[in-house]
Design a binder for this molecule. Structure first.
Ligand code: SAM
Ligand code: SF4
Length: 346
């Protein structure tokens, strides 16, 4: 394959419902320095370091996927800034922007941004989603086992580095739902887009219950006690429904009460090479071996058979992506995989 043929996607992956896949989320580690109650199990069993895909292998996979229509790559985890070499990896990905990649983003808990924001910007990272579920120090600690201060400093550093920032807040009933108004005031003051996320059954210890979800409707009702709220149309493939609150955008990711799956264009790879066509997929596709043997076209050692084999394997798995969260959970049984958000990446 020469560099001219790379400019047009070889094929664009689609599922059985005709949804083209344009976004890829790559989890670079399952490790995290936080212990968010809605995510991390009490006793996590970390992936073995020798099982993690190298950044070289991840680069080859990203190149392969960009050639097949991926336009946005999000680096996530665990906590992506805990994996050494991640900044260099973002730098390495930049040439793919000539092949059709439009954005490289990261989702982070913000703790290490004070240290990394500037270099991430220099490396070419386009934007950041930062998680922040409470502005109350004691509550923040209760939720994450870490200090709020480091995250607020990280957010400041990211702002100063010139990043476009979205804030993600997971709400749990009776825990931090009283933060809806303070977080909204704060985000408006800072000019950040805030996104409230309904608590999903992806917590490591599987304590999730439907009653602990603060629904989109409940969030809107609370917002309307203080703000003027209008719906913005044109959600497209975004997981969040957009609202205008006092003239500024707010998103709500309502997987449980009002799932966003209809036009889902996302795919996911975990840190050891398991590929998922959906966050809630009953089964992943183990691509670890295939990805390790995939050689970057830059190395000129690409084996056409390896490439074809992976292309077909992936194509078939992606094609069978189910309609969405509600169809998957309606047919699930006890044999389905235990999903934990820190292992797959949000
Ligand atoms: N550690 C980084 C962070 O927290 O931003 C990146 C990985 S984290 C798994 C990605 C996103 O998933 C975060 O915004 C987090 O709030 C969200 N998340 C984790 N567990 C969740 C759950 N059970 N329900 C909804 N969102 C969840
Ligand atoms: Fe870590 Fe992010 Fe999970 Fe919190 S949500 S435990 S920061 S991976």
């Amino acid at each position: 394959m020469n560099s001219m043929t790379q400019l047009q996607p070889v094929t664009i992956y689609k599922d059985q419902f005709g949804r083209e896949k344009r976004k890829l989320r790559i989890s670079v580690t399952d490790r995290c320095n936080f212990k968010c109650v809605y995510c991390m199990p009490e006793h996590p069993e970390w992936m073995k370091k020798h099982n993690l895909l190298s950044f070289e292998a991840l680069y080859s996979f990203c190149e392969f996927m960009v050639q097949r229509g991926i336009e946005q790559i999000r680096i996530t985890g665990g906590e992506p800034l805990m994996r050494q070499g991640v900044v260099h990896f973002i730098e390495q990905l930049q040439p793919l922007k000539k092949n059709g990649l439009k954005r490289i983003s990261m989702t982070t808990n913000g703790h290490y941004l004070k240290q990394y924001a500037k270099v991430l910007k220099q490396a070419g990272l386009d934007d950041l989603n930062i998680s922040l579920d409470s502005l109350d120090e004691a509550q923040f600690f209760q939720l994450t086992q870490k200090q709020l201060k480091s995250v607020l400093e990280g957010i400041d550093a990211a702002k100063n580095a010139g990043f476009s920032i979205k804030i993600n807040a997971v709400l749990m009933k009776g825990v931090n739902d009283q933060q809806i108004i303070p977080l909204t005031y704060w985000a408006q003051q800072q000019c950040f887009e805030l996104r409230f996320i309904e608590f999903m059954p992806l917590d490591g210890d599987q304590n999730w219950t439907k009653d602990s979800v603060v629904t989109e409707q409940e969030i809107l009702t609370t917002l309307k006690t203080v703000f003027e709220v209008n719906i913005l149309h044109g959600q497209g493939a975004s997981p969040a429904r957009s609202y205008e609150v006092n003239g500024l955008p707010i998103g709500i990711i309502s997987t449980i009460s009002n799932s966003f799956c209809g036009s889902c264009d996302r795919l996911r790879l975990n840190a050891q090479g398991e590929f998922f066509n959906c966050l809630f997929a009953k089964k992943g596709l183990d691509l670890g071996k295939d990805i390790r043997s995939l050689k970057s076209t830059l190395s000129k050692n690409e084996n056409p058979l390896d490439v074809l084999n992976m292309q077909n394997k992936l194509g078939s798995y992606i094609w069978h992506k189910e309609q969405g969260f509600h169809t998957i959970t309606a047919t699930s049984n006890s044999n389905t995989r235990k999903i934990s958000m820190h292992m797959i990446g949000g």
